[in-house]
Design a protein around this ligand. Structure first.
Ligand SMILES: [Zn+2]
Length: 87
């Protein structure tokens, strides 16, 4: 029950990675408007990914965004996307 020893070698969960990205200042929100959100997130590649909310849909320029990517998760957290709070 109390076997929750942190293991530094364990893979980060998407939540842990998201918090780390925010703590490291990797998320730059470029614009928040009634129409949507545009942000850049510095991921693992040298060029930042562009993460957008347009027409109620999130998208990201990274290869894995359809599989709930860290970038969208991070931008949703800082922009207080209401959908995030329903989960
Ligand atoms: Zn992404």
């Amino acid at each position: 029950m109390s076997n929750l020893r942190p293991s530094s070698r364990a893979r980060e969960t998407i939540e842990q990675k998201t918090v780390r990205y925010l703590a490291e200042g990797r998320v730059t929100v470029k614009a928040v408007t009634p129409a949507g959100v545009e942000a850049q997130v510095q991921g693992s590649s040298p060029a930042p990914y562009t993460t957008r909310l347009q027409g109620g849909r999130w998208s990201c320029s990274c290869p894995a965004w359809r599989n709930r990517c860290t970038h969208i998760t991070a931008v949703r957290l800082v922009t207080s996307d209401p959908e995030q709070k329903q989960r």
